[in-house]
Design a protein around this ligand. Structure first.
Ligand SMILES: *[C@@H]1O[C@H](CO)[C@@H](O)[C@H](O)[C@H]1NC(C)=O
Ligand SMILES: *[C@@H]1O[C@H](CO)[C@@H](O)[C@H](O)[C@H]1NC(C)=O
Ligand SMILES: *[C@@H]1O[C@H](CO)[C@@H](O)[C@H](O)[C@H]1NC(C)=O
Length: 327
């Protein structure tokens, strides 16, 4: 009866112990990183992202876009994509040329790096907000708000100067505005729909344990590896029974080549206290059936199997000896 009840509960409340509802991507943005080593050497890198999933690359030698997913074009026609790629090609070229021409005017010194991010984000209720920000050497520099260039406080007088110098280029602002407020929201909705099957897939994690390099004499570093899961939200914790071990250290989410994620959770314990600890993994793909890996259990199973094999060997060799003697 109890077993039946448990099974029933597990079926009725599959999400009860699993982590929050799997998160869908909600933003599309383009990242631009341009490195200026000296007056003749520059490198331009561009990429397109849905949250933390890269779906576009950019070949700056040929000025062509690389579509990393079969659905990277969203619902845009080939003609519209061609126009956009052409626009970015011209932008890529002009941006570098203009920066090189105005290095002293913008009070810049080689080497320097400019980073830009531009895109739009879907908010609950359906509103889509657009953004464009530029950074210099990793610090906020300028942003684009309400049709104008806004200097960031971190950018100081140099950012104010750059915004002043850009003011006359009204036609460029109009193009940017159209891309941000018209093209981006339309593309975002289309690409979320086109990539739905891929974006909403559930891939189960694989988990295993190992010991890391010892943190000190008499101490053990228990490492719980979780890999190959999608989507990204993941809960992993070292436990003693039902007790969460608050000293669990979670690493960064690392991407696997196939678009799934890797995460590890470590726990520093006294060597004598490792027995009875377990690593618990909750993920939306597991349907409430948490993965639980016990520290040392796999080792004890190996030891038991070995002991059984040795025992069998001893008994059978004893039997053989006994037969030989009788014969
Ligand atoms: C410019 O920088 C590149 C890359 O660091 C270097 O190979 C090249 O020699 C530099 N050229 C000049 C003129 O300094
Ligand atoms: C944006 O500009 C419009 C008109 O140019 C103005 O009415 C509005 O207050 C501005 N909004 C912000 C947040 O500056
Ligand atoms: C793509 O999908 C969006 C959102 O559903 C829609 O507004 C747009 O008209 C569609 N087509 C194109 C070519 O953008």
């Amino acid at each position: 009866m109890l077993l039946l009840l448990l099974v029933l509960l597990a079926v009725l409340f599959p999400g009860a112990s699993s982590c929050s509802a799997s998160q869908r991507p909600t933003s599309f943005y383009i990242i631009q990183i341009t490195s200026f080593a000296n007056s003749t050497w520059t490198r331009y890198r561009g990429s397109g992202w849905l949250d933390d999933l890269q779906i576009h690359g950019w070949n700056s030698d040929t000025g062509t876009a690389i579509f990393l997913k079969p659905w990277s074009k969203g619902n845009f026609s080939d003609a519209e994509i061609t126009d956009l790629v052409e626009l970015f090609r011209v932008y890529d070229f002009s941006f570098i040329r203009e920066m090189q021409a105005h290095v002293s005017e913008f009070q810049l010194e080689y080497p320097f790096e400019i980073q830009g991010i531009a895109g739009c984000e879907l908010h609950s209720g359906g509103a889509i907000l657009s953004f464009l920000r530029g950074a210099l050497g990793g610090q906020d520099f300028v942003s684009f708000r309400n049709s104008s260039c806004v200097p960031a406080p971190e950018g100081g007088s140099r950012a104010q100067l750059v915004c002043t110098l850009l003011r006359p280029y009204g036609d460029i602002f109009q193009i940017v505005e159209k891309l941000l407020y018209e093209t981006c929201p339309r593309y975002l909705l289309g690409v979320l729909e086109a990539g739905k099957a891929d974006l909403q897939r559930q891939v189960k994690p694989k988990a295993w344990l190992s010991s890391g390099s010892s943190p000190g004499p008499g101490r053990l570093l228990l490492v719980c590896h979780v890999s190959g899961f999608y989507p990204k939200p993941m809960w992993v914790m070292w436990m003693r029974g039902e007790q969460e071990q608050q000293d669990t250290q979670r690493g960064d989410f690392l991407p696997n080549a196939d678009g799934t994620w890797y995460l590890q959770a470590t726990l520093d314990v006294a060597a004598g206290e490792a027995a009875g600890l377990a690593c618990r993994v909750k993920h939306s793909s597991l349907g409430g059936q948490d993965l639980i890996l016990y520290w040392g259990r796999s080792i004890s199973i190996v030891v038991i199997i070995l002991a059984v094999i040795v025992l069998c060997l001893i008994i059978s060799s004893g039997l053989v000896l006994w037969f030989l003697r009788r014969w």
